[in-house]
Design a protein around this ligand. Sequence first.
Ligand SMILES: [Zn+2]
Ligand SMILES: [Zn+2]
Length: 388
Amino acid sequence: MIEYRTDWEIPEISHSNQIQVKSRLSGICTSDLHQIDVNLPYSATILAKKINPIPMEHEVVGEITQIGEDVESLEIGDRVVHSPVAYCEAYGFEPCPSCQHGHHESCYAIVEVGDGSNLEESYGGRGRFGGFSGGGFSEYFVGFAKQFTNVPDSLPDELAVLSEPFAVGLHAAAKNPPDTNDTAVVIGAGIIGLMIVAAVRHIAPDCRIITLARYPFQAEAAKRLGSHEVIMEATRDETYGLVAELTEGTLLKPRLGQRILYGNTGPDIIYDSIGTGATLDDALHLVRSNGRIIAVGMAFSEMKKPDWAIQIYKEISVIGSMMHGVETMDGEEVESMEKVLEILNANQSMFEGLVTHKYAIDDYKSAFQTSSHKGKTGAIKVAFDFSQ
Ligand SMILES: [Zn+2]
Ligand SMILES: [Zn+2]
């Protein structure tokens, strides 16, 4: 359930490692829409906050208005982007087993598994900050200094606000890069699909990218960000035929059901930016034998039943990808948010125009409507503009 509140008190920092931020531009993520619709599988509730009510949002550019005394890396007035990954070190906890292995995206704090320590209690629980309830749909919010990264002066808010979804794409591609001569297929050309295209293009400049898109404005954006070919949504059989044709794949027709691409030609790696049962089933049908499927999108609705037998017949690796944290790129460890800001800043024209709509926060109904009906509105990223 969501409620628009005008009586929400401005949150103050309570710890010396925190900062208070005034929101400038906050992107609406599809996961926000799923939360509004309460369209979630049971498993997603492990990510839900126990505190209620709590302000939503996890993609925001803002300006620092208060700063804890132990924060050295940031200053009042700095323009920053926010990461929803509030991990042990951000809080000041001893690293949990995930953090010890550098996997901030699966930190125990995100699912509120704690130790009942006084420090934990002083925050009001281990999972109080970050996650899908970062607070950027409010004028002011509080987070840990380690969740924020300085935005280069030359990078406008409209591009900086793409940092978080771009970090999701970068994490998927950096952890599971295509090989140089691979053909990668990206299923879906919403913002996550587009950010995967941009990340794959950056990480594997010579690999071929084919994107499956629904709308012409998405196809145009996918090409601008580095997709060589775009296949527009058609019937499943037509789409499968086109993918096979472009990748010299062999399609077999089982006695019942959809054709299956089989053997060692065809897409080498498929990134699924949507994450429904249907798109995962498509990926299983379309990837070549011994290929990889990277499941990035979280449609959040209950999964239908993909035909998992195909995974066995074709020895497919199916790998999940969740949020972001620290990536290994060119043999070096880099913070995802720092890396995406660097790429955005160096390639600004590629990313221009992806924020298609901006609304004042009190016009939230129009904003969510616009974001929910992309075909009609041409929306890619819809954002709340707090300067309005
Ligand atoms: Zn998101
Ligand atoms: Zn942790």
